[in-house]
Design a protein around this ligand. Structure first.
Ligand SMILES: [Zn+2]
Length: 290
């Protein structure tokens, strides 16, 4: 089943009088949403007790939870200590994820820093392959590891690079951030065909099965020459991208991704808008299939 929800707690969460993540399931129910992404962007800091308590609430309400690994991850680093730390960030995210009772972790693959992009990418692939060897040896195969497309041109993680990373192992799936893709291509996602090209490239590159269960981040994002500048809300009508063409395709292709809104402060509202658009097009499916 396709699922929709917010990434992080937003303005509406606070306006409803909530403050703690343990209350998120109740909030999601009120909003008619299905999933939540918990960010460890600035580090994995949560007690085992709190993580279990959060996990229990999600399980009892039959809602899904994913985690976002720390932003410090860089599989392309040439510094052995930083590589060790990168492995640690992703494994500790997985450990927290297990306490939450979830099975999806999203990560930013890395950055070439001062190095040639292809050299950096090869180093990244080598390191990530070693990471995945440990992942299987330590029996983390209950989890899906989602490599995210990045919004800044100088970060590794364009669509082709994410496809290469996903081909390393069965448990690695794409996290397609369509706002990021739109930002790094200077507004390249507009029409139904623009989105279709992305999905077709993905299916060719990683296979239907991984695309069916892929992870999606969606928000409108302001961009400049270097790509992403900042996240916006669905109120924006300058930068885009628009969700509606993708909603049509998700329904036509019968995909069942987790779709997370990363809007700036309106995540739950915009996630609900996406869910409504998806179901609107699901009901008049035939119109688009002719
Ligand atoms: Zn991200």
């Amino acid at each position: 089943m396709i699922k929709f929800g917010p990434s992080g707690t937003d303005d509406a969460f606070l306006a409803h009088g909530y403050s703690h993540t343990v209350e998120v399931p109740r909030f999601l129910k009120e909003c008619g949403l299905d999933i939540f992404e918990y960010s460890f962007g600035r580090g994995v800091r949560i007690s085992e007790e709190t993580a279990r308590k959060i996990g229990k609430e999600f399980a009892e309400n039959d809602l899904g939870i994913s985690v976002h690994a720390p932003y410090f991850i860089n599989f392309a680093t040439d510094d052995p200590q930083k590589r060790e730390a990168t492995f640690g960030y992703l494994f500790s995210s997985l450990d927290a994820l297990r306490l939450f009772g979830g099975n999806r972790v999203v990560f930013h693959p890395g950055s070439p820093l001062k190095y040639d992009r292809r050299d950096a990418m090869n180093r990244l692939l080598n390191a990530f392959e070693r990471f995945m060897d440990i992942f299987y040896a330590e029996k983390y195969d209950w989890a899906l590891v989602a490599a995210e497309t990045m919004g800044k041109i100088n970060q590794l993680g364009d669509l082709d690079e994410i496809i290469e990373i996903c081909r390393i192992a069965e448990n690695v799936i794409p996290c397609v951030d369509f706002g990021h893709l739109n930002a790094r291509t200077q507004g390249g996602l507009k029409s139904y065909d623009d989105y279709k090209r992305v999905l077709d490239l993905l299916i060719d590159g990683v296979g239907e099965e991984k695309v069916k269960k892929m992870h999606i981040h969606f928000s409108k994002i302001e961009y400049g020459k270097g790509g992403e500048i900042r996240h916006l809300t669905f109120e924006d009508n300058v930068y885009g991208p628009e969700f509606e063409p993708l909603a049509i395709l998700l329904s036509e292709y019968k995909l069942e991704p987790w779709v997370l809104s990363e809007s700036a402060g309106t995540q739950s509202l915009d996630a609900k808008t996406m869910k409504n658009l998806y179901f609107k097009h699901l009901s008049d499916d035939n119109k688009y299939l002719q």
